[in-house]
Design a protein. Structure first.
Length: 125
């Protein structure tokens, strides 16, 4: 699925669209038209993960009550996979209905339970 980025991804401000491909129930891959690629993980399968979507993000995503929203967090892949790090402070939010996406960056002061990078092995049993 192709998504329009409605607000810049930190460090990648020139990216305007990306393609999202599901790998499995845990992971997805996003790819840009210039060949950049990232692996993302569904944070809800790893841990208790709850936050309020900021109003500006709701507006930019054109969220409605019936909007289908998916949330994924960036993974910095390592070998072995269990040493890979997850960034819970800056999730990407996808509106599956209108194909718009945004990265929201939270403050660790507001969400102290979300360390910037946590290894996957903390969540794998």
């Amino acid at each position: 699925m192709i998504f329009e980025i409605v607000s810049p991804i930190l460090g990648f401000e020139d990216i305007k669209v990306l393609e999202l491909k599901k790998i499995d129930d845990f992971f997805v891959n996003i790819t840009t038209n210039n060949g950049l690629s990232w692996t993302l993980v569904n944070p809800f399968v790893l841990r208790k993960y709850s936050f309020d979507i900021p109003l500006y993000a709701q507006i930019l995503l054109d969220m409605q009550k019936d909007s289908s929203i998916e949330v994924y967090c960036m993974v910095v892949l390592q070998n072995p996979l269990e040493d890979s790090k997850v960034n819970f402070l800056a999730p990407l939010i996808f509106n599956m209905y209108n194909k718009k996406a945004i990265q929201v960056v939270f403050s660790s002061l507001d969400y102290p339970e979300f360390a910037k990078f946590q290894p996957l092995k903390e969540f794998v049993k």
